[in-house]
Design a protein around this ligand. Structure first.
Ligand code: NAI
Ligand code: AKG
Length: 444
């Protein structure tokens, strides 16, 4: 059995019940085979892959909180500090009922390579809870966030581990957690990113993941001789990443005709109305069923379906494993040119393989959605300098980072004879930097 297969077998055997983590490990290690083969003995002796797939630390804790009726609830909190070879742990917090250790580990593992690709000094981590903010009052969300931070503060710090948002965690939740950290630690520091701009947040962080996705998509198409202008796109999700991907796609001359939430999806042939979407999701926190009140010509459908629409570019921006093999087949049948992942691991392994076999340009999330964490790192720089940069300055740095990532993954794929395989390119480029740092730092 090859070294890679031994490590995959060990991960599956020793971490039962963590299918998403297994999926992420398999995807990364499979594409790394050619470069691991070049230094197999050295890596094996150093146990590089065994160390890479084992988090440096995983923290699991009780989060008790009281609802508005006086009832006490208990949720489970997590923080997985995966790899600090190239910088302090960095990665978001997810609050969603589906959260468990395996999901946080897959996200933390992906984050190692993504953060490396940004070129900035940030290691990989992720956290969250099975708490569901949907339908809770602001006071209940605050009670939960304060309780979560009361435990988490022991393990984080501006130079140690800097959480941010993810599904279910936006500026409201970050604000409550920042307030509680400050209160307990007596320290006003950049311990979280995605903060409100009046208390240390960076301009353009809110927009960064979606905008970054579109900067990379535009560049990837351009490398392949295609102009993004005039292209029709489908987006899944209606949260932070989806909203700002749609906004930037429209700025770039493309037209997005779909979006979705966990109950249904919208088809708007005239192009999604971003102002209406922001009002529904960011201000009123309502369901997408409300969209028809703003756009009577749009269609609302229950359940899933955005991938059945004929488009040039598909942008999954909701959650993991939301684009399956049947969806990939439908997209290919309808002539899709590119699939660029705004979410983390939204495309299943067999769907990814099918798209690649059918010559669809496929940009994996760890490259395509890296603009969010990159801008978080820019927020950390501003906090250290005690200064705030303009929106234009941050946005311009974000663009340069995303263009850089696009060329980096393209060149890495070419260098190892896998021209056009951007999954391999992203994994290889991310891996090389982290592994060099791990080797230089000795056995730790
Ligand atoms: N917010 C950020 O800066 C970054 C987020 N991501 C990833 O992007 C994705 C979306 O995150 P955000 O937009 O921040 O979250 P969000 O909470 O703002 O929005 C999530 C959206 O996805 C939908 N969704 C969630 N779970 C779903 C499910 N099981 N089925 C159908 N729809 C579902 C929700 O209804 C919502 O519209 C996630 O995979 C996240 O890990 C990646 C990089 C950075
Ligand atoms: O901004 C950050 O630190 C993390 C964003 C994130 O969770 C992600 O890239 O998936």
């Amino acid at each position: 059995m090859s070294y890679v297969d031994q490590v995959i077998e060990r991960v599956v055997r020793t971490t039962p019940g963590e299918p998403e983590f297994h999926q992420a490990v398999k995807e990364v290690l499979d594409t790394l085979r050619p470069i691991i083969a070049l230094k197999e003995e050295k890596y094996k002796r150093q146990a590089i892959l065994e160390r890479l797939v084992e988090p440096e630390r995983q923290i699991k804790f009780r989060v008790p909180w009281i609802d508005d009726s006086g009832q006490v609830h208990v949720n489970t909190g997590y923080r997985v500090q995966f790899n600090s070879a190239i910088g302090p742990y960095k990665g978001g917090l997810r609050f969603h009922p589906s959260v468990n250790l395996g999901i946080i580990k897959f996200l933390g593992f992906e984050q190692i390579f993504k953060n490396s690709l940004t070129g900035l000094p940030i290691g990989g981590g992720k956290g969250g809870s099975n708490f569901n903010p949907k339908g809770k009052s602001d006071r209940e969300v605050m009670a939960f966030c304060q309780s979560y931070m009361t435990e988490l503060h022991k393990y984080i710090g501006a130079d140690a581990d800097i959480p941010a948002g993810d599904i279910g965690v936006g500026s409201r939740e970050i604000g409550y957690m920042f307030g509680q950290y400050k209160r307990i630690c007596g320290s006003y520091e950049g311990v979280l990113t995605g903060k409100g701009v009046t208390f240390g947040g960076s301009l353009a962080r809110k927009e960064a993941t979606g905008y970054g996705l579109m900067y990379l998509t535009k560049e990837l198409l351009a490398i392949n001789g295609i102009d993004i202008s005039g292209k029709i796109c489908s987006v899944s999700g209606a949260g932070n990443v989806a909203i700002y991907a749609i906004e930037k796609a429209h700025d770039l001359g493309a037209k997005v005709v779909t979006c979705s939430d966990s109950t249904g999806w919208i088809y708007d042939p005239d192009g999604i109305d971003v102002k209406a979407l922001k009002e529904i999701k960011e201000v009123r926190r309502e369901r997408l069923t409300e969209y028809k009140n703003y756009r009577p010509n749009a269609e609302y459908h229950e359940g899933k379906g955005v991938w059945s629409v004929k488009v040039d570019i598909a942008l999954p921006c909701a959650t993991q494993n939301e684009l399956h093999l049947e969806d990939a087949k439908m997209l290919v049948k309808n002539g899709v040119l590119a699939v660029c992942e705004g979410a983390n691991m939204p495309t299943t392994l067999d769907a990814t393989a099918y798209l690649q076999q059918n010559k669809v340009l496929f940009a994996p999330g760890k490259a395509a959605n890296a603009g969010g964490v990159a801008t978080s790192a820019l927020e950390m720089s501003q906090n250290s300098e005690r200064i705030s940069w303009s929106f234009e300055k941050v946005d311009s740095k974000l663009q340069n980072i995303m263009i850089g990532i696009t060329h980096n993954i393209d060149e890495a794929a070419k260098k190892y004879g896998m021209d056009g395989n951007y999954v391999a390119g992203a994994n290889i480029a991310g891996f090389n930097k982290v592994v060099n740092a791990m080797i230089c730092q000795g056995v730790c």
